[in-house]
Design a protein around this ligand. Structure first.
Ligand code: PLP
Length: 386
């Protein structure tokens, strides 16, 4: 059994991909070619945003979003410690400092109540009841960067109203949630800029690295298009109007993605069906990630929480015995990572993130998973709990 099966999907669209690749080889516009323009148009349409700008990775997508918002040295950006390291890494790469806020233990996404508490502590300079990073007094809070963990959009109504009240921008890390929905609206469309990843294992993956940035603001679009080509001028491309990057998505990758995006809406429903089946099989045995009634997850991962770390070790071993892969996202919350030791956070600062990191695990999930495989996974998990 595979954790994510990319081959079955490829078999469905292989002919179209081959034809699209051949087209690119024939016309030879490898950088920012016509397939890329077409793909960006389709991405914006699917997510219900005005503009999509592709780039070299999900990591660059968030970095470019921060750059486009003018976030840099002296600034602080709020995010969750229970995420992939890239979320915080780009805040540092932009020259700013991450400020962590704990997650809600049930949804595993940033907790709006803790968000408000942290902003108030930050602004009042009183960290007696709220963990804040070393040196925060010298920083200006600029933005909130929520993560849509495992495909579930964060609570954007609550987050946006808190952010608005405190004059903070919201930038969405939708690396895992392409396709996901919050109150009828698609992921990538929240805040001032949404960012996603096309890493092969993400809900919409390419055959390499890639990402995209979504916005409804034409000025931001122009800035992003300049940033991804070394900060080139809008009128004269030989003029460099800002410090930028080389961060483009290949025309060849766009050619591969056009047929993949076509079947994505169907695959999104297939993932949901698989998630429904897992829920039915597992809901009485483990604590599943809570999906609020008005949300739909893109199911980048199917994750649940066990009672103890020892139980997780036992369950993972039982799965491995039957050649069933499993994974732990995330073993070490970011505030306890060596790379972030300079922020001086400590064990106990973010109890929900710490508890999740000790007890969570993820099992095989993709649109093509067979019901009988899901039954075997669930049976094996349940046996390991006895
Ligand atoms: C994958 C991921 C990223 C980074 O995407 P890449 O395309 O791998 O650079 C950022 N944030 C989260 C939450 C991710 O899961």
């Amino acid at each position: 059994m595979q954790f994510i099966d990319l081959a079955t999907q490829q078999a469905r669209v292989r002919d179209k991909i081959d034809a699209r690749i051949k087209n690119v080889l024939d016309h030879g516009q490898y950088i920012l070619g016509p397939e890329l323009i077409e793909f960006e148009k389709n991405l914006a349409q699917y997510t219900g945003t005005s503009f999509a700008t592709t780039c070299a990775s999900g990591t660059d997508a968030i970095l470019m979003a921060l750059m486009a918002c003018g976030i840099g040295p002296g600034d602080a950006v709020i995010t969750t410690p229970f995420t992939f390291v890239a979320t915080a890494e780009v805040i540092s790469l932009a020259g700013a400092v991450p400020v962590f806020v704990d997650v809600d233990i049930e949804t595993m996404n940033i907790d709006p109540e803790s968000l408000e508490k942290t902003i108030e502590a930050f602004k009042s300079g009183d960290s007696s009841n709220c963990a804040l990073p070393q040196g925060y007094q010298d920083l200006t809070l600029k933005a909130v960067l929520p993560v849509d963990l495992f495909g579930l959009p964060a609570d954007y109504d609550a987050i946006t109203s808190i952010a608005d009240k405190h004059d903070l921008l919201v930038i969405e890390d939708a690396a895992q949630s392409f396709g996901g929905e919050y109150k009828g609206k698609k992921a990538c469309g929240f805040g001032v800029i949404g960012c996603t990843s096309f890493f092969p294992a993400k809900p919409l993956g390419c055959y390499g690295d890639g990402g995209a940035i979504f916005t409804n603001d034409e000025k931001i679009l122009e800035t992003l298009e300049s940033i991804r080509v070394h900060g080139q001028g809008l009128v004269n491309k030989y003029e460099n109007v800002r410090i930028g990057l080389n961060s483009r998505f290949d025309t060849l990758q766009a050619a591969i993605m056009l047929p993949k995006l076509e079947i994505f809406p169907e695959e999104f429903e297939m993932r949901q069906n698989a998630a429904n089946k897992y829920e039915e099989l597992l809901k009485d045995s483990v604590t599943l990630q809570k999906i609020p009634a008005d949300c739909r997850s893109a199911w980048a991962q199917y994750s649940f929480v066990l009672k103890t770390t020892a139980q997780r070790t036992k369950t993972q071993a039982a799965l491995k015995d039957k050649n069933i892969p499993s994974a732990v996202y995330y073993q070490i919350p970011l505030h306890l990572q060596k790379a972030y030791s300079f922020l001086d956070y400590k064990q106990g600062d973010f109890p929900a993130s710490e508890e999740l990191s000790q007890k969570i695990m993820s099992i095989p999930m993709h649109p093509y998973i067979k019901p009988e495989d899901q039954e075997l996974v669930a049976e094996t998990i349940k046996e390991s709990l006895e």
